[in-house]
Design a protein around this ligand. Structure first.
Ligand code: SIN
Ligand code: FE2
Length: 219
């Protein structure tokens, strides 16, 4: 009937609502929903230059998540350890530059969560297919830990595990869907976090995978 709206019954949370995961950590529901197609188009450009690859951990395991980077620095792992490197070890060339749109959404999301002036230097791009997972870890390879981590979810939904500052602290499970952004900083900057094995599925925007962008200020 004219004049009625069904918005109240939408299945996804309305854009721009937020959930506090812990002190200084926010889930911004649907924050980049409008920019998602352009963000994915940028990922396609980046992977054409710096392909997704499965990195080896210092302990000799092959990661189930495929990774690439854009920005002045990229996060890499190999037998020597974890580090940030301006050069893609696979191509011997610089990582593709951080797209202006990436910097803009990261800056706006950080500000929305209470961290104004965020200037990311690195964007790690994670690609998850069914059963890929990221075990509980801290993001602590950055020299400057005053800046937050900004994490953008695209495509298939995931279960994000968010714990405390100790590895054995209890972890809460949060569902992340296409367009969501998580920002953690301040008292939560070194919180343990991870991603549960991805459930198989297909998403209109990404097909059978989930893409995650994490933005970091490194130094
Ligand atoms: C990460 O911890 O680097 C990625 C988190 C995610 O994929 O949501
Ligand atoms: Fe992380």
């Amino acid at each position: 009937m004219a004049g009625y709206t069904l918005d109240l019954f939408a299945e996804e949370p309305a854009a721009q609502t937020r959930t506090e995961l812990a002190a200084g950590a926010w889930l911004l529901h649907g924050f980049v929903l409008a920019q998602a197609p352009q963000l994915l188009a940028e990922v396609a450009q980046i992977e054409a230059v710096a392909p997704f690859r499965h990195l080896i951990t210092p302990g000799g395991y092959t990661m189930s998540v495929a990774m690439t980077n854009s920005g002045a620095l990229g996060w890499v792992s190999d037998a020597r350890g974890y580090r940030y490197d301006p050069i893609d070890p696979q191509t011997g060339r610089h990582w593709p530059a951080l797209p202006a749109l990436f910097a803009d959404v990261a800056r706006r999301a950080a500000a929305e969560a209470g961290y104004p002036g965020f200037e990311p230097q690195a964007c790690l791009i994670n690609r998850y297919v069914a059963s890929a997972r990221l075990s509980l870890h801290q993001d602590k390879d950055e020299l400057d830990q005053r800046a937050p981590i900004v994490s953008v979810s695209l495509g298939l939904p995931a279960t994000f595990l968010f714990g405390g500052l100790q590895r054995n602290d209890k972890t809460a499970r949060h569902r992340l869907v296409h367009g969501d952004v998580v920002v953690w900083g301040g008292p939560s900057r070194l919180a343990y976090h991870g991603v549960a094995p991805l459930a198989a599925g297909s998403h209109a925007a990404t097909g059978e995978c989930r893409i995650n962008l994490t933005f970091r200020k490194v130094r």
